[in-house]
Structure formats: structure tokens, C-alpha cells
Design a protein around this ligand. Structure first.
Ligand code: XMP
Ligand code: MG
Length: 184
């Protein structure tokens, strides 16, 4: 698949799945099972990049979860965001009083996430935390409040496992870097 487009495999499918299991164990230990009459943990995934991570994470979590999705677009170039965000698809339900865990594919500058955090915080959740599969150095420098991080990666554009370049490569089971010929 995608012959010649992928320059290198940065994180293998096996390593991703092992990490998701570890993240699931940590999250389950922190949240526990809901008590009688308490609502389930609500996962809020950011379309489309977080879909693969969210579905695998939900299947590995030994506590009940409900799944919600939001689609947002941040104004900027194809490979970087500006922090000016528009909601393309909002949540289907109210999150007030709910324990909410935002599921992100990647945090780069952190601008998208800080906007999303503020937006969801204003809706009155019982708690709000973030899990991200990947984090780039710029975000690591900023003070972005992220409770669970899969992998810190170099400042390179990556694709696969939900992440795209021009809507392609989301279906790869690993994270890879693109060959420069793809941009040309
Ligand atoms: P910020 O800078 O706001 O950006 O933290 C987060 C969003 O930017 C996209 N992004 C990437 N998408 N490969 C991708 O396919 C990358 O290496 C990459 N870096 C940032 C992504 O949509 C993310 O949610
Ligand atoms: Mg994208």
C-alpha cells in the first residue's frame, strides 16, 4: 500500500497497541467504574484524526464508556494550525455533570486543544481531562494540560493511524513519515 510514499515507520502497529493498553490501564485506574446511578465516562473524539485511537482505546478500557465526536477546523495551512477554530459538527448531547475525556490524535502547537478545552469547560462537565496518542516538542514546551500522553515524537509531519496528508494514509496501522516526493 502507498508504495514509496512512506519514508520511515516511526511507531509500529505493535508499539501503538501496547501503548494503548497501558493508557487504558492508567485511565481505568484513575476513573474506576461508575458508582450506582453515576453516568459512564464520556470520550469526546476529535474527527477525523482521533477515530482509530478512540475506537481502539474504548475497546481496551475495562470501564464502560460512551462515545461522542466533534469536528472542528482550525484556520491555517495544510500542515499547521492557527488557533482560530470553527465547529463543523458539535456534540450530540449535553456534557454538564459528565466526566469527559477528550481523545486527541496529536498535539502540535497546542492551539487547537486549548481552544477545545475552554469550549468544553464552559459547558460544565464534572471533570475534563485529555488523552493524546502523540505530542510534538512545541506542545511539550507550552503548558498544555494533558493527563495522558502516548508518545512524544520529533517535530516532523507524520501520517497513519488516523492522521492524514490530504485525506490519505489514515488507514495505515502504524505512524510513519512521508517521503518528500509526496509533497512535490
Ligand atoms: P495544533 O498545532 O493546534 O494542531 O496543536 C493539532 C492538529 O494539527 C494537525 N497536525 C497533524 N496532522 N500529521 C497530521 O496528519 C502531523 O504531523 C500533524 N501535526 C499537527 C492535526 O489535525 C491536529 O489535531
Ligand atoms: Mg489533518
Amino acid at each position: 500500500m502507498y508504495d514509496g510514499d512512506i519514508a520511515s515507520v516511526l511507531i509500529s502497529s505493535e508499539d501503538i497497541q501496547t501503548k494503548i493498553g497501558e493508557l487504558a490501564d492508567q485511565i481505568a485506574a484513575d476513573y474506576g467504574s461508575p458508582g450506582p446511578g453515576e453516568p459512564d465516562l464520556l470520550l469526546v473524539g476529535v474527527l477525523k484524526g482521533a477515530v482509530m485511537f478512540m475506537t481502539d482505546l474504548a475497546r481496551r478500557l475495562p470501564v464502560p464508556t460512551q462515545l461522542e465526536f466533534m469536528a472542528i477546523s482550525s484556520y491555517g495551512s495544510a500542515t499547521s494550525s492557527s488557533g482560530v477554530v470553527r465547529i463543523l459538527k458539535d456534540l450530540d448531547r449535553d456534557i454538564s455533570g459528565r466526566h469527559v475525556l477528550i481523545v486527541e490524535d496529536i498535539i502540535d502547537s497546542g492551539l487547537t486543544l486549548s481552544w477545545l478545552r475552554k469550549n468544553l469547560e464552559s459547558r460544565g462537565p464534572a471533570s475534563l481531562h485529555v488523552v493524546t496518542l502523540l505530542r510534538k516538542p512545541e506542545a511539550a514546551k507550552l503548558d498544555v494540560d494533558v493527563s495522558y500522553i502516548g508518545f512524544d515524537i520529533p517535530n516532523e509531519f507524520v501520517v497513519g493511524f488516523g492522521l492524514d496528508y490530504a485525506e490519505r494514509y489514515r488507514d495505515l496501522p502504524y505512524i510513519g513519515t512521508l517521503d518528500p516526493s509526496v509533497y512535490a
